[in-house]
Design a protein around this ligand. Structure first.
Ligand SMILES: C[S@@+](CC[C@H](N)C(=O)[O-])C[C@H]1O[C@@H](n2cnc3c(N)ncnc32)[C@H](O)[C@@H]1O
Length: 339
């Protein structure tokens, strides 16, 4: 891929200085496309900040960082760019020059923000690419899927990796809890806590039936759980075993855990099924801050005072409205211990 195209994109699209980007231009490029509804936009931005070191914009992001789309509920696809050109005819020549010979391939058009190419024109372009690759296509069970997209005056071609949503199987866990957070939030919490570092040890300090733990296990992140309620602990263990995941679960008050973790997630109890008042919230946050230097907390009330009282610095926060229930808003707080 011609390096000049990447800064050309960023210059037009994000206002970056091309000469700076040119100087440090690495060879691998990824174009991510995102999906989320109105209630989750801020959470997606917060998550992308901790995965990619920058926020997605208009449901897309160009990055040199490679992550699996299935690790986030919001990443729809990742295009591993092989060729790019401002001139479509030139792109086709470049694809032909790649001499791709593969049986069972498929080509998809990825419509990104600002692309007004009409559907019939998109189909014609897919055919052009199909004829530039040697082999018989397979639309239903492709061996590899290629992608074409148009962004800020540049055509991009590459291998398209889509989220297959395998993780949605976790919705069928044997033990549920109407109070649990949804899977999209659970995945974002792990990404915000782990920041792409699979070596990090995580604690789910109030694990409930394990919505967060299941997503961590799916993503290959090292996590342990803790819950004060014995019955709930039996349920989380059953849920983990159901999907063949193994992770330690402590039936304990968080204050009695002495092991240290790189980061902890706390989905604080609230008043539907679990008792929560200011003292218990402060107790859980302070106890967790003793054993972890990084905390990602979920609450339905303002906890800034408790965060500061626990000796933590607030790095970021965001709100997630529950659709249909305007008054019920969850807040995510990202904090670290003062050094
Ligand atoms: C909001 S629920 C967590 C739900 C969980 N994220 C899920 O998806 O199932 C809060 C949990 O905190 C637990 N809890 C309350 N006080 C605790 C404490 N001091 N130590 C550990 N767990 C506690 C409750 O038993 C409850 O299961």
């Amino acid at each position: 891929m011609n390096n000049y195209l990447w800064p050309a994109f960023n210059n037009r699209y994000h206002g970056y200085k091309p000469q700076i980007l040119k100087q440090y231009m690495p060879t691998n490029k990824y174009i991510y496309s995102f999906t989320y509804d109105l209630t989750e936009g801020d959470l997606c931005k917060l998550e992308s900040k901790y995965i990619f070191n920058e926020e997605e914009k208009d449901k897309l992001l160009l990055s040199t960082i490679k992550v699996e789309p299935s690790s986030s509920a919001f990443i729809k696809s990742r295009l591993d760019v092989m060729e790019a050109s401002e001139d479509y005819a030139e792109l086709i020549v470049k694809i032909k020059n790649e001499n791709i010979h593969i049986e069972g391939f498929k080509v998809e058009y990825v419509v990104l923000h600002g692309d007004t190419t009409e559907y019939p024109v998109r189909l014609t372009k897919l055919k052009d690419i199909g004829f530039s690759i040697e082999g018989t296509p397979d639309y239903y069970k492709p061996t590899v899927t290629y992608g074409l997209c148009y962004l800020a005056g540049v055509w991009y071609f590459g291998i398209l990796n889509k989220d297959e949503f395998d993780w949605l199987k976790h919705k069928e866990k044997p033990c549920s809890y109407s109070n649990s957070i949804n899977i999209n939030i659970a995945k974002a919490l792990i990404n915000i806590a782990a920041e792409r570092d699979k070596e990090r040890t995580l604690l789910d300090a109030c694990c409930g039936v394990g919505t967060i733990m299941l997503e961590a296990c799916f993503a290959g992140v090292d996590i342990e759980g803790c819950d004060i309620n014995a019955k709930i602990c039996r349920h989380v263990r059953k849920n983990l075993a159901h999907f063949n995941y193994s992770a330690e679960v402590y039936n304990s008050d968080i204050k009695d855990i002495s092991k240290n973790y790189d980061a902890a997630i706390i989905d604080l109890p609230y008043n539907h099924f679990s008792y929560a008042h200011d003292d218990s919230i402060a107790h859980i946050i302070e106890s967790t801050a003793h054993i972890s230097k990084r905390l990602v907390i979920v609450s339905i009330v303002d906890i800034e005072e408790q965060i500061s009282h626990a000796g933590l610095t607030l790095l970021d926060s965001c709100s997630i409205k529950k659709s249909g229930k305007a008054k019920f808003t969850r807040k995510i707080w990202v904090c670290e211990k003062h050094v």
